[in-house]
Write a protein that binds this ligand. Structure first.
Ligand code: URA
Length: 195
């Protein structure tokens, strides 16, 4: 099967998924968006209200804030791939349950296999605990880079956390600046040229 067919099949499976209760309350499955050949992938937690309505990740208030950081450091949103751990919105934006994550995570795994990014940035603690390590401490370890297999991974504050506590914004800007520096460095090497 070629990549286009694999993407189509994955999208269909996700859009018709009813493995957990969240499928009953979703307006849309929020699959993922962006460049399918991206070098950088962001992974958030779960769709919020606006994402559920539009079927696109990070389009609400938190998404607009994320966009402003990308613009500030010179990363085009259209160059990156953005997805979440969960594809359906939890009621009242509660934290995703471990059982929901277990049922949904294979969709993300396949997205990562298809995109083959070099950098994966988790947005927030839930995504970091799932993808980097279960005891990840976002306050102490945001912006720290880990090498895992072929990936360089880090976790930044979730934009919603910045909306709640603007004192974290300076750290976020520094983490984003370092990400841009690493991206530029990587892209200037032969490894950054994706076939
Ligand atoms: N928060 C997330 O984690 N993901 C979204 O898509 C929107 C808000």
């Amino acid at each position: 099967m070629n990549d286009k067919d694999r993407w189509d099949e994955l999208y269909s499976a996700c859009a018709s998924c009813n493995k957990c209760e969240l499928s009953k309350t979703r307006t849309n499955c929020v699959f993922g968006t962006g460049n399918k050949n991206a070098v950088l992938m962001f992974v958030g937690e779960a769709p919020g209200e606006q994402e559920d309505l539009e079927g696109i990740p990070f389009v609400g208030r938190a998404g607009k804030l994320l966009d402003s950081y990308l613009t500030a450091v010179g990363i085009n949103r259209s160059d990156v791939y953005i997805a979440n751990i969960l594809k359906c919105r939890p009621p009242h934006n509660r934290d995703p349950l471990p059982s929901e994550q277990d049922m949904c995570i294979d969709y993300l795994r396949e997205q990562v296999r298809l995109v083959r990014p070099h950098f994966i940035v988790c947005l927030g603690r839930i995504s970091a605990m799932r993808l980097i390590k279960p005891d990840f401490r976002i306050t102490q370890e945001h912006g720290v880079w880990f090498t895992k297999g072929q990936f360089e991974m880090s976790a930044f504050y979730h934009p919603s956390a910045l909306l709640r506590d603007p004192r974290k914004k300076e750290d976020m800007l520094n983490d984003m600046k370092e990400l841009k520096r690493k991206l530029d460095e990587y892209m200037s090497t032969a490894a950054g040229i994706k076939e």
